[in-house]
Design a protein around this ligand. Sequence first.
Ligand code: ALL
Length: 326
Amino acid sequence: MRRVSATPGLRPTTTILPLLVALLPLVGCARPGGPGGTAGAKADGKPLVALVMKSLANEFFATMADGARAHQAGRSDRYELVVNGMRNETDVSEQVTLIEQMVARGVAAIVIAPADSKAVVPALKRAADAGVLIVNIDNRLDPAVLVESELAAPFVGPDNRAGARLAGEAVAARLEAGAEVAIIEGIVTAFNGQQRALGLEDAATAAGLRIVARQSGQWEMEKANSIAASLLAEHPALAAILCANDSMALGAAAAIEASGRKVLLSGFDNIPAVAPLLADGRLAVTVDQHGDRLAVAGIEAALDILAGAATPEDRTTPVDLATGTP
Ligand code: ALL
């Protein structure tokens, strides 16, 4: 599998550091033992860390959970882990309930991949006020809403715009200028979904491609399948469908196959389910955001902050292009 990297590796970024530093006094140092805090280390001194993810129906999060569990198993003297996820991509209230349950359980930190960049902030603020450290992974919380809510939550995750641009460029390299492409984006209120749509647009525009449609498949296979089927019917010259995640690419792949047409397809995540499609060309490219390492990076950031070994700052995780060609 050939890989092209958009980010050299895990590195701290300073984009919102000044903001976080400014906010810390306001939130009263959101960690166990901090002012107003009740959560904290367990009697044996090991912190309990909660990983709160999105839909467990998406293989991306199963991979993420496996990575986190393996990390904890190798460091069981250092911390304890509780892993949670939702049943479907759009049920934000379920994620809010999970956050509340984790606070009630007395966790020291919540490492969260937010289902929505704005809607879960009030619940996270209540958790921080109860003394729980919040580390935001995968999908960035809305910076303006964080400021309004006086919540400090460092972001650990990839540059989604750069990653999506890699996929768009790889597809564009196989098309002539003027070719018609469509974008199937994720949930439009998710920051990473917005960034991926922008990255795909960046690549299409730079290559002179014509974006004939942009619709949300809400990260889901079935929705993307019906959107792709209509796009194929409406646009007889459609040359490529660019998807903001692999679940949607799987749905689009089935629609392309059913149409009997040759249409290039891209995804994002590099979940195991797309391996056969990459191998036989049904999927031209995807972007590996190393789900197994993403939660681990967030957990390590949380443990460092809890131990006083790091200040809350953003960390950028890698994204790499994955193709079926060696
Ligand atoms: C995002 C992830 C994945 C995933 C999507 C669906 O936050 O980065 O790309 O496919 O959520 O929930």
